[in-house]
Design a protein around this ligand. Structure first.
Ligand SMILES: *Cc1c(COP(=O)(O)O)cnc(C)c1O
Length: 494
């Protein structure tokens, strides 16, 4: 594989030309019949915003436009193109049955302002999705409003604050382990709390003695991810939550990693008081550019009064209604009831798999990650050496000695046809290579991925300079990533 890629040159043909470069003066995409009504004056209607012509606007045929956008779509990479082992992101297959269900006329075209009696089916879908998520997490009540994991965190922390304020003192700090996802400190800060960092122990987990020192009367609670961002399960979860509760705090669990637990362990059983779930990770709704997100919050009964308003209730006659009369609620966090279409897809996924299927999914995801870890450990360093759950974290320590870092290895993976793993996260691992294959990957595909990473390790031994210049087969090579984030060029200009 290596040699083939080494000699490969970018595939260039005439179709690569950008549409702006193929413009022919006078060419048009439409052919209208002669006007048989008096012409309107756009200049009059539009006033100052009227433009006679757009400078440099490409003059092309309809077919050329279709080809341009179709071609651009093939330059992209997604879960439908190949393995997407981006750790912490759970980039799994989005089953087509979800889409078929989401397109059902009654679900796709109901209006959010439809009166309750006419929206009973949609309310039932929301109610049932919430019920399933409650069963999966072990929690008692769920709101589907938050539109992302990060917004679920914010909602959850605001609920913690409301609850503690009612008990007499909202307190000042929230504890966050040093392995936490970047959204955790952001949500805590926006909620008006301050952060106190917890240093992980040599296993990459929470240190009980350190927690005990930190968990004072000024601390509102602990925000933690389990399994943590190293893919390691916090086995002392009971002791951790008992300690926090004994000191009057609450335990928030970041449930973005639920793909490692569903059907096997329930956060409510190991002491979490509230959590969020990412429908666009664990529950196969489209992720990132593929669709809006959804980060429902699930809570124990004592936090139910603070859930965002409205909640959906099932009445004794079997009908559903929205309850807006919730005086202790933290309020509304999202228009209407959240991203309804995502609840539909998640419910389709849950029902299509059933309890057995969801457990199988978890076991396969964990097996795949351990398979990758076992087959790469002789070539890449394993900073926290123990079996993982749904993702594994390696490091570039050995390769760094030859001047090649995790980001360079990731770039080289692109040449082999794979989306890179997550680089340089979690921050507690220097040169982290975080791999989450998910259950969607077959063994054949994992073997190819593993062979690619092994082959890159060999290349680094033979010729590190070659890897440092990767990718060699893409249309653009090394981008100025900081520049792209700070000074993005979002519009083509002639
Ligand atoms: C993805 C993720 C989040 C944030 O979820 P978004 O939907 O991207 O806002 C939070 N915590 C962890 C551990 C995650 O992996």
């Amino acid at each position: 594989m290596k040699n083939r890629i080494r000699t490969a040159r970018p595939h260039v043909n005439r179709n690569e030309a950008l549409i702006f470069e193929r413009s022919t003066p006078g060419k048009r995409g439409v052919d209208l019949p002669p006007l048989d009504v008096p012409p309107a004056s756009p200049r009059e209607a539009l006033g100052d915003s009227y433009r006679e012509a757009i400078e440099g606007f490409p003059e092309v045929s309809e077919l050329e436009v279709v080809r341009h956008f179709t071609r651009l779509s093939t330059w992209n990479y997604g879960v439908d193109t190949g393995l997407y082992p981006l750790g912490s992101c759970t980039m799994k297959y989005n089953p087509r049955v979800n889409e078929a269900v989401a397109r059902l006329e009654g679900l796709a075209s109901d209006h959010p302002y439809a009166p309750e009696p006419l929206a009973q089916g949609c309310l039932e879908v929301l109610h049932e999705t919430a019920r399933c998520l409650a069963e999966i997490s072990g929690m008692d009540a769920v709101s589907l409003q938050p539109a992302a994991g990060a917004q679920g965190e914010l909602t959850g922390i605001l609920m913690m604050r409301a609850c503690l304020a009612e008990r007499g003192n909202p307190r000042q700090y929230i504890l966050i382990p040093d392995s936490a996802h970047g959204t955790n400190p952001a949500s805590v800060t926006i909620s008006g709390y301050q952060i106190r960092n917890l240093k992980s122990n040599e296993r990459g987990c929470i240190d009980l003695a350190e927690l005990s020192r930190a968990m004072t009367g000024e601390v509102a609670g602990l925000m933690l991810t389990n399994p943590n961002t190293l893919g390691i399960f916090e086995t002392q979860m009971r002791e951790i939550s008992d300690l926090v509760h004994a000191r009057g705090g609450l335990v928030y669990m970041d449930g973005a990693n639920m793909n490692a637990l569903i059907g096997v362990a329930r956060p409510a059983d190991f002491g979490a008081d509230l959590m969020h779930l990412n429908l666009h990770k664990t529950f196969t709704t489209p992720h990132g550019g593929g669709g809006p997100g959804s980060g429902p919050v699930a809570v124990k009964t004592f936090l139910e009064p603070y859930l965002p308003s409205p909640t959906i209730e099932k009445l004794s006659d079997g009908s559903f209604r929205l309850n807006h009369d919730r005086p202790k609620s933290v309020g509304r966090v999202r228009a209407f009831y959240g991203n309804f279409g995502m609840a539909v897809r998640a419910l389709a996924y849950i029902l299509a798999n059933g309890a057995e299927g969801l457990r199988q999914t978890t076991e396969d995801a964990v097996l795949n990650a351990n398979y990758v870890l076992a087959r790469l450990r002789d070539v890449y360093d394993v900073p926290y050496d123990q079996p993982c759950l749904h993702e594994c974290v390696l490091s570039d320590r050995r390769q760094a000695a030859r001047g090649v870092r995790t980001g360079d290895i990731a770039k080289r993976l692109i040449d082999y046809g794979f989306h890179p793993y997550t680089t340089s996260f979690p921050l507690i691992v220097h040169g982290a290579m975080m791999i989450e294959p998910t259950e969607s990957a077959s063994q054949d595909e994992l073997d190819e991925f593993i062979e690619a990473l092994r082959s890159i390790a060999e290349e680094i031994e033979e010729d590190p300079g070659f890897v440092l210049k990767a990718p060699h087969t893409t249309r653009v090579a090394r981008l100025d990533e900081v520049g792209a984030a700070r000074k993005p060029i979002l519009r083509w200009k002639p």
